[in-house]
Design a protein around this ligand. Structure first.
Ligand code: ADP
Ligand code: MG
Length: 630
């Protein structure tokens, strides 16, 4: 709620609209106690008095009635009718929409066709027809205005409800034995209330105008009772000779409707969670780079195709700075597989995405370091350069193949697109290549499978397609971000051996991200262990698995169950990884480490050791010789 208000007030226009509206509403509420003349007392001797005349602040109208008094009483009435109509229309419309959307099928059809029929008439004509049938009067005008707005609410709310009615949480409520009424009240309604409020806040202004329109035509409030519309209607004949009588109610209508609309837009923006998280701000084509210090001079990485040096990526969200990656240095050579391992949230994905500038900006910013592909620094490279390399020289495989494949295109076509985006080859050639790729990733019946849609394939098959797509342009480096996490163990083993074969056959360099120590042993030559955005240990897979040096690595390995090892107590690591916006100096793992001492919490702890094997710990489990011949 406070967040909502803060967002609303930050929107200057909405705040201005809200303040204007608040003043008008307070005046309207206070009208009965203000020292005003009787709004209906005529005094024909003092017709059309100018403003600021004696006893009449805004002058008088054609019957000598006090304009200020009539204006305030009229505003009060117009606001009341407008709000009442809006609430009436919203309640009824939402009820209709929820019922139609929730039950669907014939109920939906019947209700919505009725609503469509109402919507086929022009608003004001329909309102006129309803008032004509019911007879003039403010109450009937209210009913007419509410009635013509019901279809708008019904349509909106039905659309939202249809989307919700088949969500898992509604199914779960059904399975737990709740009746339709309870489900609608406790599951559906809370989810549509924001939509109702938004629809209301943007239509109240319109409803006040419509009511004023009916009153203007003499079908709403009846004399001598004043509302803004009837005041305008009565002043019409004196528009030229005494414009004041028209201007006063006209200006009030303008102020009210503008205030409501500005506030309504603000409410809509503040209530929409997607707008709040910045989904409508267009992300930049590549991650923003803001390196105050120039990247370190190129160091000899021993023939690495991809080398990160001290890469730092942060997320700047409002005043908070999340240091997702706080200085990662890695290198991978052709034909080599480097594993990056760490708990969820340790910064593995952000590291991987930073390489090609794929971290969304805003809020992502790369603040230091370099990522060199074949000696060329990719951080801060021109977008065209990055685009040429993306998917061509450096390709990605992501965790969820269903989310990365387009649901409406055949997988063959998607492969063709990936190929033709970097090569000028004919469609037929590309299709043939797509089939070859599918064969390479060991998809049976590749020819017919190329014409399948992603949803027609199993999870393992889809991930194979994902790998085929990454292989489409024969890249030098594949960055695989937890590619097997969503798969069962047998398929996982197949995918791992497939990646292994591909790298042996083609000299492919693989950066393999996982949180599973069981997986790295099968594929990776070297491992980098990541914690809170930093590499805490690095070395050959064998060495790390047998003699882990960092307490964190040891505890991670101890969490892996092993078959055939008999009963063994699996030790979970107590505590949680730290929040990366409040990193204390010293070792980030210290609060969860039983070996931590006071020294661990002061100052920077360097990654000590040779290039091959290194650990960032003051009290490692095993001593690492500081200069080991590689
Ligand atoms: P993982 O190691 O599981 O792949 P990530 O690299 O996805 O972890 O995330 C690293 C850290 O960055 C996490 O603490 C996460 O909360 C933070 N983070 C990721 N994306 C954003 C974002 N858009 N805004 C703020 N923080 C983010
Ligand atoms: Mg991740």
């Amino acid at each position: 709620m406070t967040q909502f208000l803060a967002l609303l007030l930050r929107n200057r226009l909405a705040a201005a609209g809200g303040i204007v509206l608040l003043v008008v509403v307070v005046l309207a509420v206070l009208t009965p106690v203000l020292p005003l003349a009787n709004p209906d007392a005529t005094d024909t001797a003092n017709r059309f008095q100018p403003a600021l005349s004696r006893a009449h602040l805004l002058g008088t109208d054609h019957l000598g009635r006090d304009l200020l008094s009539r204006l305030l009483w009229g505003t009060r009435l117009s606001l009341a009718v407008g709000f009442a109509a809006a609430i009436f229309a919203a309640t009824l419309g939402a009820a209709i929409g929820i019922i139609a959307g929730y039950f669907g099928g014939r109920t939906d059809n019947l209700i919505m066709r009725g609503v469509d029929m109402l919507m086929a008439f022009p608003y004001i004509l329909l309102a006129l027809a309803i008032v004509a049938a019911l007879g003039p009067g403010l109450g009937n005008a209210l009913i007419a205005v509410a009635a013509v707005n019901i279809p708008f609410f019904a349509r909106n709310i039905r659309g939202v409800t249809v989307g919700l009615a088949h969500k898992e949480f509604v199914d779960a409520a059904r399975l737990s034995g709740l009746g339709h009424g309870r489900i609608i009240l406790t599951e559906i309604l809370p989810n549509v209330v924001p939509v109702i409020v938004i629809a209301m806040s943007t239509t109240i202004g319109w409803m006040i105008l419509e009511t004023a329109g009916l009153s203007f035509l003499g079908l709403g409030s009846q004399p001598p009772q004043a509302d803004l519309g009837s005041m305008l209607g009565e002043a019409r004949s004196a528009l030229i000779t005494n414009p004041l009588t028209s201007i006063v109610p006209g200006a009030m209508i303008l102020v009210i409707v503008m205030g409501i609309n500005l506030l309504g837009d603000g409410v809509r923006d503040a209530l929409d969670p997607r707008l709040r998280s910045g989904a409508l701000t267009r992300p930049m084509p590549a991650t923003r780079v803001d390196r105050p210090t120039p990247p370190p001079a190129e160091t000899e990485e021993g023939g690495a195709v991809l080398a990160l040096s001290d890469l730092q990526t942060q997320f700047h969200v409002k005043k908070r700075v999340y240091k997702a990656v706080g200085g990662a240095s890695l290198a991978v050579r052709p034909g080599e597989c480097l594993g990056i391992i760490g708990e969820s949230g340790s910064g593995k994905s952000v590291t991987a995405l930073s390489v090609m500038g794929l971290v969304a900006s805003p809020p992502g910013v790369i603040t230091a370091g370099a990522a060199r592909y074949d000696g060329q620094d990719l951080i801060g490279a021109r977008y065209e350069t990055l685009r040429r390399l993306r998917g061509d020289r450096i390709a990605y495989i992501f965790q969820d193949p269903l989310a990365t494949l387009h649901p409406l295109y055949k997988v063959g076509d998607q492969l063709v697109e990936a190929i033709r985006c970097h090569r000028t080859v004919s469609k037929a050639e590309a299709w043939q290549r797509a089939i070859d790729l599918l064969k390479q990733v060991r998809i049976p019946n590749a020819e017919s499978r190329a014409s399948s849609f992603p949803h027609e394939m199993s999870g393992g098959m889809r991930q194979r397609v994902g790998i085929a797509m990454a292989m489409a342009n024969d890249p030098d480096v594949i960055i695989a971000d937890e590619p097997t996490t969503a798969l069962d163990v047998t398929v996982q083993a197949q995918i791992l051996s497939l990646l292994n074969d591909l790298r042996r056959e083609r000299g492919l360099a693989i950066v393999f991200i996982t949180h599973d120590f069981g997986v790295v042993g099968q594929l990776c030559d070297r491992i980098a262990v990541m914690y809170a955005g930093r590499i805490v240990e690095q070395g050959p897979t064998e060495a790390i698995l047998t003699t882990p040096a960092h307490p964190y690595t040891r505890r991670l390995i101890a969490c892996v169950p092993e078959l055939g090892e008999g009963r063994r107590k699996l030790e979970a690591i107590p505590g949680l990884p730290p929040a990366v916006d409040r990193l204390d100096p010293g070792c980030a793992f210290a609060p969860r480490c039983e070996k931590a001492r006071a020294a661990c919490l002061t100052g920077e702890i360097a990654l000590a050791g040779s290039g091959q094997r290194a650990v960032r710990c003051l009290f490692p489990e095993t001593e690492i010789p500081s200069e080991q011949s590689a």
